[in-house]
Design a protein around this ligand. Sequence first.
Ligand code: FA5
Length: 344
Amino acid sequence: MDELLKIREEAIRRIKEASNLKDLNSVRVSYLGKKSPIQAAMKSMKTMKQEDRASFGKISNQVKQEIAKAIEEMKANLEEAEMNARLASERIDITLPSNVVPIGSLHPISVVKDELEELFLGMGYEVAEGPEVETDIFNFQYMNLPKGHPARDMQDTFYIDENTLMRTHTSPVQAHVMLEKEGKGPIKVICPGKVYRRDDDDATHSHQFAQCEGLVIDKNITMGDLKGTLEVFAKHMFGEKREIRLRPSYFPFTEPSVEVDISCMNCGGKGCNICKGTGWIEVLGAGMVNPHVLEMCGFDPEVYQGFAFGIGLERCAMLKYGMDNIRDFFNNDLRFLEQFSRKG
Ligand code: FA5
């Protein structure tokens, strides 16, 4: 019995001395585990007299329960202390000023490009890309502009060698896509990308700019489909009140060809200095794909028709944001660029 009481005293002392949960757990294993001194004392019960055994058993159980209870109480205390220490060490002062992480904004040409992609993807188009360093064959010949054709002068070209050049428009992507399809329609693609021309830089012209080509090839495609599509584009890009007007024009790769004007967003069509008093602003070139282009690119013009258009993205962005100098897109002045949020 004395032995048991000594064990209890010692256990209670060691429990009180435990300064963390790990130490407490080793005390628990020592005094309540299989190899504990209480367990050893209980083994000696076999040699006791019958009448002593019952009271010894009762007391040893009591001692075990007291130790277990003391351990539980100490465990709760230590857990609380550990939690308080953690809360104190991880305390965040929310009144401190935060570090400002500078977030860039999208370039306005990317904003317009993304907007176009979103619109046309919603109408079932796919996005296609082509090389900026192009062959004469794709840039001109597949576009119905053989060597020596006078209309080549419409696009003054940076040549790398006789047969290689910086593409002057995104129209060669039309030929890449059609040849890939091996004469089987339908095709519905837009092709945004950079193009290059030996134009003199001024307020509305740059030697490098961006275009977005559109191409639809299928059976029974008409000029009405082209006009409807461009109307959706104009209203989406420049506002619901915009109307479009098609004027006869000439591109070797489309027949018939048109220039497309939209009603002036500044004056609503009455005439102002932005639309030069006409009420209309030119935004893109378009037309029905020339049967000869279809044929060269592997499509039977007796079966398939198509329309195509080419939008100048800088022109589009200038009209949309009321800008008067194309150079602002290329100077990379942060005061200008920061005005375009990520959403545009
Ligand atoms: C073309 O490039 C034709 N490939 C467009 C086309 C495609 C017609 C499919 C028919 C069918 P154009 O040379 O007009 O056409 O150029 C199209 C647009 O690019 C112009 O309306 C203008 O917005 C823009 N653009 C042309 N040259 C420059 C330049 N130097 N700087 C900035 N934008 C330009």
